[in-house]
Design a protein. Structure first.
Ligand SMILES: [Mn+2]
Ligand SMILES: [Mn+2]
Ligand SMILES: [Mn+2]
Ligand SMILES: [Mn+2]
Lengths: 137, 137
DNA sequence: AAGCAAAGTTAGCCTTGGCTAAACCCTGAA
DNA sequence: TTCAGGGTTTAGCCAAGGCTAACTTTGCTT
């Protein structure tokens, strides 16, 4: 019945839109780092398979990551993160792991925890993430 | 080190993209219902103010909601939900309230709970939502 | 009843992030 | 050494969801 303050409410939705603008980049650098750690190389085809998109879409997205200084521009070579990309990947992975651990502690099954974490992780304030980390123990 | 199964991982990202496709509609019908409940009418200019966008953007989005049978098409008149729109609004509000109650119980401040809930709410499986509801008590 | 201000709509533009199809590079096997 | 196939990029398309600017409608005030 009682509506929030208009400006306050607007700030919430603006925050959601900001999160959505950076989340593709976060997920890309995180996966590139994981592939490099596990296999030594990260290939465009692997990203396409694991994101569920075409290689053309991956190429498009990678062009933006290169433009934004997160991925090295080396055509036809294995993908490689810049220092900024590596930093973003580490932060994303740490946050992702906290969210999964939290959901498991909440009693959610592993499959659903991994599923929901992939979207949830981009909408957490520092305060909420800290509370989740504390709860997960 | 150990990577998830590629198909499983792809299904997670596909789910996130599906959630993002429906979330604008869910937030619109929820806010329209709230405005109607609190004021009797929902105007385009109110939506624009509370979403933090221009009235032109609201008009664009409303065209999609009308196309999809969620909002009545009555140019220059107060906004009005269809039966389908009302049902979606009620489900969205119920879920939103569970998420806020859960975050508060977790120990997060009210301001941050309301902030994070707006994005979080669209990435919760039934299992996770049930766990949150149980935890919120 | 007229006029004006606020509300709503329309036109035209942009970026993101999807797609298909086709061209391009690279490499290992013949 | 060639060349076929796999991986990568490019070209061209699309919808969602933002924007500004201009136009139309409504409704209130005088
Ligand atoms: Mn993610
Ligand atoms: Mn992630
Ligand atoms: Mn929301
Ligand atoms: Mn989201």
């Amino acid at each position: 019945m009682t509506l929030p303050d208009p400006g306050e409410q607007a700030r919430r939705f603006i925050k959601v839109r900001e999160a959505h603008r950076s989340e593709v980049q976060q997920d890309y650098v995180e996966l590139i780092a994981d592939l490099v750690a596990a296999r030594g190389v990260a290939r465009v085809v692997d990203l396409a398979e694991r994101f569920g998109v075409t290689t053309a879409t991956v190429a498009n997205t990678l062009a933006r990551l290169k433009r934004d200084g997160l991925v090295e521009d080396r055509p036809y070579r294995s993908l490689c993160l810049t220092a900024a990309g590596t930093a973003m990947a580490e932060a994303s992975r740490a946050r992702h792991d906290i969210v999964v651990a939290f959901l498991l502690r909440l009693g959610v099954s592993r499959a659903v925890a991994e599923l929901d974490a992939e979207g949830l992780e981009h909408h957490l304030s520092a305060e909420t993430l800290a509370a989740m980390e504390g709860f997960a123990g």
